[in-house]
Design a protein around this ligand. Structure first.
Ligand SMILES: Nc1ncnc2c1ncn2[C@@H]1O[C@H](COP(=O)(O)OP(=O)(O)OP(=O)(O)O)[C@@H](O)[C@H]1O
Length: 461
C-alpha cells in the first residue's frame, strides 16, 4: 500500500494523515472522503462517500468526482463554480468551495475541501505512482437544501448559493454578524442557520424583535432588572442577554433600537459586561450577537439616529440577503417547498400560474410568496393551483412590478402607480426619506398615496 504524507496540513488533519495507505487513510474520516488524481478520477473512496454518493451499488472508483457529485461530464469550473481541485493544484495548498451536490438522498449543499497529498518519506515508487493526488473531504450542510423537502433554507440560484457559502464560512467563528435584507428575505431563518452551524448550536438561540418592544421596556427586556428597579418591578427578572448565555442572541430590526439602549449595547459588546436595570453588580455576558435590519444603517449614522461606533461593532461581518426578485430562479423550488410545508397532499401548479408567480416582483419577498400560496391553496380547495387562484397577481395594483419587471406596456400614469406601490413596500415606514428619494415634497407624496388608495380600494398597500 502506498504511504502518504499530505502537504501542507491543517493541524487536526496532520494527526491522522501520515504514512498511511489510501484505504486506511480514508476510513479515518467519518464524513465522505475520496482520493482523486490530477485528472479528477477517483482512486479510492471511504464508506461514507459510497453511502452518500453511491450509484445504486456501482463502484465509484475510476469515475470522475464531477460525474458523481454534479452528474456532469465536465468539471464544475466549466459551470461557473469554483473548483477546489484546480485551486489546490495551482496553489499547492488546500482549497475550499461550497457546491450543490447530488447525493443518493437528493440535492444537498456541500462544503468541499481538497488537500494535496504526497508520498511519505519512506516511499520509493514509480513515476506514475508519484503523480499528484488529493484528498477531498465533503461536509454536507444541515442548514438547508436545494430540495423541496428541506425544512430549512431553500434555494439554488447563484445569489442564494453565494449567501449560503458566506454563512457557512462565518458560522464556526464567534464573529458578530450583521444581516441586511428587505422584509421577508429570511433574516431570522439565516440567523438560526448560523447558530445551528456554530459551536454554540446546542445552547440557546434567543431572537428579539427590537421594533416590537416599547421603548421603556427594551432595556429591562435585554438586560433584566432588579426587584424594585421601577414601579411594577416586583421581582428580579433575568434579561434576554442572560437567557442566551453560551448561545446566540439575535437582534432583529436593530435600527429601531433607541439611542440610550444603543449605548448600553455598545458597552456590552466592548466589555462583555452588563448590569441589570437598577443593579450595581457587573455581570459577564457569553453570547454571540447576530443583528439584522432592512434599513440603511450607514444613512442612519449620517442622520444621527444610529451610533457610528455601534455600527462598526455590529458590522464586523456583514451578510447581504438577496431579494426574491434578484433570484427568480428559486421561485419554482420555493413554490414546491412552501406548498409541501403547507399541505400534506401533493398540490400541482399549472404552467400559467407558475409563470405568473415567476413574474411578480415580491416586495414582501419569501413571506409574500408564502402568503400568496396560502391563499391560493384555500381558493383551489387543495386541487391544482391555476391563475384563478392568484387574484393578487392577476389584478395589478396590489402586486406591483419593479420598474424593471413591469410585465407589459402600460401608460406612464399606471407605471407611476406601480412604481409608487413598490417604493412604498420598500420604504413606506419612512415617508420623509421616501419623499426625498422620489424628489417630491412630503405633501405631494401624501397626495399620491391617497390617490393610489382611492383607486385600489381598501386592500391597497
Ligand atoms: N430561503 C428560504 N427558504 C425557505 N423559506 C424561507 C426562505 N427565506 C424566507 N423563508 C420563509 O419566509 C418567511 C419570512 O422569513 P423571515 O421571518 O426569516 O424573514 P425576515 O427577513 O426576518 O423578515 P422581517 O424582516 O419581516 O422580520 C418565513 O416563513 C420563512 O420560513
Amino acid at each position: 500500500m502506498r504511504p502518504l504524507r499530505p502537504v501542507p496540513l491543517s493541524a487536526p488533519l496532520a494527526l491522522s494523515l501520515h504514512e498511511l495507505g489510501f484505504d486506511e487513510l480514508l476510513e479515518g474520516f467519518s464524513e465522505p472522503c475520496v482520493i482523486i488524481g490530477d485528472d479528477y478520477r477517483i482512486l479510492a473512496a471511504n464508506r461514507a462517500y459510497r453511502e452518500t454518493y453511491g450509484l445504486g451499488g456501482k463502484d465509484v472508483v475510476g469515475k470522475t468526482c464531477h460525474e458523481i457529485s454534479h452528474h456532469s461530464s465536465v468539471p464544475c469550473d466549466r459551470h461557473g463554480e469554483a473548483c477546489p481541485l484546480l485551486e489546490a493544484r495551482e496553489a499547492g495548498h488546500s482549497a475550499r468551495a461550497f457546491h450543490i451536490h447530488h447525493s443518493a438522498d437528493g440535492r444537498v449543499f456541500a462544503s468541499v475541501e481538497v488537500i494535496p497529498v504526497v508520498p511519505g518519506p519512506g516511499h520509493s515508487g514509480t513515476n506514475a505512482e508519484e503523480a499528484p493526488v488529493y484528498l477531498e473531504r465533503i461536509i454536507s450542510s444541515p442548514a438547508g437544501r436545494p430540495d423541496p423537502r428541506s425544512e430549512g433554507l431553500v434555494g439554488e440560484s447563484p445569489a442564494f448559493v453565494r449567501m449560503m457559502a458566506t454563512i457557512h464560512k462565518v458560522a464556526p467563528q464567534n464573529a458578530t454578524v450583521l444581516l441586511h435584507g428587505e422584509t421577508g428575505t429570511g433574516k431570522e431563518l439565516v440567523s438560526l442557520a448560523i447558530h445551528k452551524l456554530s459551536p454554540r448550536a446546542d445552547r440557546p438561540f434567543v431572537a428579539v424583535d427590537c421594533s416590537g418592544l416599547p421603548e421603556n421596556l427594551i432595556e429591562s427586556e435585554l438586560f433584566g432588572h432588579e426587584k424594585g428597579a421601577f414601579t411594577g418591578a416586583h421581582t428580579r427578572k433575568t434579561g434576554l442577554v442572560e437567557a442566551a448565555t453560551g448561545g446566540t442572541l439575535f437582534l432583529d430590526e436593530i435600527g429601531e433600537l433607541p439611542l440610550p439602549v444603543q449605548a448600553k449595547l455598545l458597552r456590552l459588546l466592548e466589555t462583555n459586561v452588563f448590569r441589570r436595570v437598577g443593579g450595581i453588580e457587573p455581570l459577564h455576558a457569553n453570547i454571540r450577537l447576530i443583528s439584522a435590519t432592512h434599513r440603511n444603517l450607514l444613512a442612519m449614522v449620517q442622520a444621527g439616529s444610529f451610533r457610528q461606533d455601534l455600527f462598526y461593532r455590529l458590522n464586523i461581518f456583514p451578510v447581504e440577503l438577496p431579494p426574491l426578485r434578484e433570484r427568480r430562479e428559486d421561485i419554482p423550488l420555493l413554490v414546491s417547498s412552501i406548498l409541501s410545508r403547507l399541505s400534506a397532499a401533493r398540490i400541482s401548479v399549472s404552467r400559467e400560474a407558475l409563470a405568473l408567480l415567476k413574474r411578480h416582483s415580491y416586495p414582501g419577498n419569501v413571506r409574500e410568496l408564502r402568503n400568496i400560496l396560502e391563499r391560493a391553496l384555500i381558493l383551489s380547495d387543495g386541487h391544482e393551483i391555476t391563475p384563478d387562484h392568484l387574484p393578487d397577481l392577476v389584478d395589478g395594483l396590489s402586486s406591483p412590478a419593479t420598474p424593471s419587471g413591469v410585465p407589459r406596456l402600460v401608460s406612464l400614469e399606471e407605471a407611476e402607480r406601480q412604481y409608487l406601490s413598490w417604493a412604498l413596500a420598500q420604504k413606506g415606514d419612512d415617508l420623509p426619506e421616501l419623499a426625498k428619494i422620489l424628489g417630491v415634497s412630503l405633501r405631494t407624496l401624501y397626495r399620491k398615496i391617497a390617490d393610489l388608495r382611492d383607486l385600489s380600494g381598501p386592500s391597497a398597500t
